[in-house]
Structure formats: C-alpha cells, structure tokens
Write a protein that binds this ligand. Structure first.
Ligand code: ARG
Length: 584
C-alpha cells in the first residue's frame, strides 16, 4: 500500500506536470507547522530556479489545478511559495480504513525483497551476559522485526563467542578444581564420557575467577593458553568438555534472551567459522593480499582518501592463533555460502567500528562477497549511569544483564502487586512485560548511535516517552472496548472533533515512519511515532465521552477509532519487540 505522502506526491506531481513543470517538484512531506496544515510541498522554490519564475506564481498555478480535487480540503499558497495542504476528512477516513484492511497494515513493502543476515547479541560462552550485550539484543531484535514487517527475508545469527581464551581459562580452572573428572583422565574415550556436574551458577562464577587469576598468576595463564590451543586443534577430551560448557552456558543465555523476548534463527558460534579459515587463508594468499608484518600475517586495507589511518588487518598472529578479524572474515564466507544474503548487518558497539572497517574492506578486496552485497556495521552507543560513565554495579563492577533485569522487574512487580485489576497468577508475567517495555523503550527511543542514561524512575514513568505509557494506553483502550459493543469493521464515516482528526492523521502517518525507520535503520522513529499516536489518543479520550455518548453513530465511530489505535499501537510495539498487557 502507498503511504499517504506518496499519494499526495502523485497528485502534486501531476499538477506540476499539467502546468508545464517537472514532476520531481511535486514531493510532499508532513508539515513543519502542524498548527497551520497537515502536509506541505516546497517544490515551487526548486521550480523558480529551473524556470526563472517567482515561486509564488508557480505555487499558485499548481494550487489552482488542485482546487477541484475533493480529496483535498485545503491547498493554500503561503509566504514566498509554500503550498500548504489538508486532506478531506473522507479521504483521511478512507485511507485509515484501507490501512486496517491491508494485510500489512499499510506498512510499505520492499519492491525487491532483500535477504538480510543480522548479527546481533554476540554473547560469550562461559561469561555472563552484561549490559553491553543488552543493546545489541534489543536493537537487533527490533531491526529484524522491522525488516520482516517491510517484506524482507531475515536470518538472525547470535554469533556466540565460543572459541576464545575464555574457554581455555574455564577448562584450566575446572581442571584444578575437579582433577577427578573423567574428561581429565589419561586415555579419555568419548563413548564413556557421561558429562560433568556443572551448573550455570558455577560457570558464571568460574570465568571471572579464572580471568582474575590469570592476571596474577603467569603459570596459570600459560596453562589456559595451552588448553585453548589444544582445544582449537581438536583435542577430544577438551572438545567434549567444551561441548558440555556450551550446553550449560547456552541454556543460561537463552533463558535471559527469552525473558527479553529476543530470539535467533541460528545459534552459530565463532567455532563454526573455524572450518572456513583454511579457505580464507588460501584465497588471501592466491590473490597476493597476505603479507608478513612484524611476525604476523596481515592484509593492507588503507585507501587513498582515508582521513584517519586504517591499519592493516591482522589475519594470523605470530603464534599462529586466529583472532577476532579472522573469525569474522571466515564467518562471511560461511554466510555467503549458506544463505547468499544481499546484506549483512552487524549490530555491535560503535567502539568496534575500526574492526568492521578493516574486515569489510578486506572482504571486498578478496571478493569474499560480490560487489553489490552490503556489509553494514550498525553501531550503538553505551548505556551510562547518572555519572555519564558506562553503567556499573554499586561496587563499580560490570553490570550483569540478569541483575539489571531483576532490578527493573522488582520495580514493576511492586507496582503490579498493588493493583487490583489483575489476577494473582498473572502478576509475574505482567510485571515481566512491563519491565521489558521499560528497558526496551528506554533504550530504543534514543537514536542507536547515541549514548543514554539508564534511569529506572524515568523508564518506568506512567507519562511521557516510556514503555509504561504505551502499555497503559493500550490497556486503557482495552478497557473501553471491553465495556462497549464494538461494531464490526471500521465504522467511522464522519470526524466529530479535532482531537479525533489528529488521531486519524497519526494513524495515517504510521506508514511513513516505518519506511523512514527502515531507511535509516532507526527504531527510535517507530518509538516516536508510537508515542505521538498514544498521546493524540489520550487527548481524544479526555475530550470525548466515548462510552456515555448517546448518538449511536458517533459512539460507534469513536469505538472504531479506539480499535484502530489499539491495532496500530500493538503493531508498533511488536516491531520494537515489546509485548503488551491486557490490563494495567
Ligand atoms: N562477542 C563479541 C563481544 O562480546 C561481540 C561479537 C559481535 N559480532 C561480530 N560478528 N563480531 O564483544
């Protein structure tokens, strides 16, 4: 379905052409002055340059051509040549009714639906999830839903960090603690291995312990490195143990993502890229791209017009170990071979931008991806505390995701417990949904590239740009709809008040915001539109006595508007990865 500004642009373009001007001039956007009009077209100014005529004259000719169009309630020339436009109520109602009947709810669909791989999450096995991983998960989940809603095919991959030194540290530590475990015995036989009694809690404790120890104890550090090397070479006992560690860790990681309503199609890890490394090295060697530098094997990726120095990407270190860039390059080979995507998006902290510049350039240079394949690093800023520094625990440690979630959950549960609306057995799930809405909306309302401050009171506030306000608005609509008999279909055929017209306009404009959010890969645009719609609804709700209205036509019309708001808000929130609640 076309967006409302697309329809208006077509009308204006036709009028420009009829007057003998270029169609391009007819571009219509939403109004910069919503107090004066709904839409505007500034094409007459471009026309003035092309046709050496006063912009006001051009604007007036075009406006005159449109005077008989009944879809338009007002086409007015103001100032030096702006065209201000209002649509007719009938047109607006017809457009919203069309959105509701559309199978995509009026969300503009891709013309050539691309296949997109989204790499987000990036948790590390054996290390607990921390808040750095939160943004990747929240933004990635939302971008995936947005891409899908606009007709694209998406493939999401968590890209587990499952192959690095952290595993070696954990195995080395477990060996010291449990030398009696079968996997540490001589003559290990996989057939006889029955697993290990390792819990997620112990694992979460082992890694930080081992990591600290390796910094103080060189001998231990050397052991951990040796274990890592043996593991990467395929030592059967370590591989078996590694599989057990992954099992425990992934179950724990999944539990955290589930709570947040975040999911992945693939749970591949860095280890899955391992088998593509030989091919990577041979491709780079054949093309003469790989050369030695200070004992390492590197590829030059600097370009002539670089404003800052882009150092060569290191593919092999002197000790022959693979590193982060090697893994990402090998993973590109795997993704191209398995999924042939048109685009790969990496939703990863902005501080990794040099790494991605190097990896992408190397991938293009070596032809690992065709010329037209887009590799995009969609970076994000940090979540800070009130002091403007990365959010920490009270004692200054890294904030675990679980802890942050529990804190918000407890806050929400405190509120839900006091409410008499919901049944006792539903309260835990309602509190979880409110917590998720607070965390996600609080994050996504900021442009992803920006840092923001985590402020639980602000995130949980019942008014303003918050998840709670949106959930509350939907719960309010639900309560109206429960008390009345909703007419079938969209029954609004007259607009009775300005506040109602405003709600309808916000509904009609949602298509533009989906399109823009997709173009900019910016879920904050969806958040903003959801907020605008919810606040227009609040005003409409306060201005009109929907349930007690005696005129049946009016009441039915308003109920239809309520139901349309609910449908649209739910869609916005769904794309943000936020689940709603019936009652609040
Ligand atoms: N595991 C990494 C980390 O915790 C993030 C991985 C991001 N994805 C990627 N393809 N490099 O920093």
């Amino acid at each position: 379905m076309k967006t409302i500004t697309q329809i208006l642009t077509e009308k204006l373009a036709a009028a420009f052409v009829e007057c003998g001007y270029s169609a391009e001039l007819g571009s219509v956007g939403t109004s910069d002055r919503p107090d004066l009009c709904q839409f505007q077209c500034n094409g007459a100014f471009g026309g003035a340059k092309l046709y050496h005529k006063a912009p006001r004259m051009i604007a007036q000719e075009v406006a005159d051509k449109l005077s008989s169009d009944t879809d338009l309630a007002k086409v007015e020339v103001v100032g030096a040549g702006f065209i201000n436009i209002n649509v007719s109520d009938a047109f607006l109602l017809g457009y919203v009714s069309g959105q509701l009947a559309d199978k995509d709810l009026g969300i503009p669909q891709a013309e050539k639906p691309e296949t997109i791989v989204l790499d987000y999450g990036g948790p590390n096995v054996a290390k607990p999830l921390h808040i750095g991983h939160l943004r990747s998960a929240v933004i990635g989940e939302s971008l995936k839903r947005l891409a899908k809603a606009t007709g694209r095919k998406t493939i999401s991959d968590v890209h587990l960090g499952d192959w690095g030194l952290q595993i070696g540290l954990v195995i080395a530590e477990l060996k010291e603690r449990h030398p009696e475990w079968y996997c540490f015995s001589e003559g290990f036989d996989k057939e006889k291995f029955e697993g290990i009694p390792l819990t997620a809690d112990e694992l979460n404790e082992v890694y930080p312990f081992a990591s600290k120890k390796s910094k103080e104890d060189d001998e231990f550090k050397a052991k951990a490195k040796a274990v890592t090397a043996e593991l990467q070479k395929g030592e059967p006992a370590y591989i078996a143990l590694w599989e057990e560690i992954i099992k425990v860790s992934v179950a724990d990681i999944k539990k955290n993502y589930d709570k947040l309503n975040v999911s992945f199609d693939y749970w591949y890890g860095e280890s899955n890229a391992e088998k593509f490394v030989p091919r990577l090295i041979s491709t780079l060697t054949e093309q003469g791209l790989l050369h030695e530098s200070e004992g390492a094997m590197v590829v030059d990726v600097a370009e002539e017009d670089d404003k800052v120095t882009i150092p060569p990407v290191i593919v092999k270190k002197s000790d022959d170990s693979n590193i982060y860039a090697t893994t990402d390059l090998a993973t590109i080979i795997q993704r191209m071979e398995e999924w042939k995507p048109d685009e790969i998006w990496y939703i990863v902290d902005s501080r990794q931008s040099l790494h991605f510049t190097q990896v992408f350039r190397c991938a293009k240079k070596a032809g690992l991806v065709p010329e037209g394949t887009k590799l995009e690093h969609l970076g994000f800023g940090t979540m800070n505390g009130a002091d403007g520094k990365p959010y920490k625990t009270r004692d200054g440690g890294v904030m675990r995701l679980e802890l942050l979630f529990d804190m918000v959950y407890d806050y929400a549960k405190g509120i839900v417990d006091k409410s008499t609306h919901s049944a006792e057995e539903d309260k835990a799930d309602i509190a979880r949904r409110i917590a998720v809405a607070a965390i996600k909306f609080g994050d996504l309302i900021n442009h992803r590239a920006k840092d923001y401050i985590f402020d639980i009171d602000k995130f949980m506030a019942a008014e303003g740009k918050t998840g709670s306000f949106l959930l509350y608005t939907i719960a309010r609509v639900n309560s109206i709809l429960r008390k009345a008999e909703l007419p079938e279909g969209f029954k609004a055929d007259t607009i009775y008040s300005d506040s109602e017209r405003d709600v309808l306009l916000k509904l009609a404009l949602s298509g533009e915001s989906y399109a823009l959010a997709y173009r900019e890969k910016a879920p904050n645009i969806i958040c903003e539109n959801a907020y605008q719609l919810a606040s227009a609804f609040s005003k409409f709700y306060h201005d009109n006595h929907i349930l007690t209205e005696e005129d049946e036509n009016k009441r039915n019309s308003w109920l239809s508007v309520c139901s349309a708001v609910k449908t649209s808000l739910e869609k916005h929130l769904d794309i943000l990865g936020i689940e709603t609640v019936d009652l609040m």
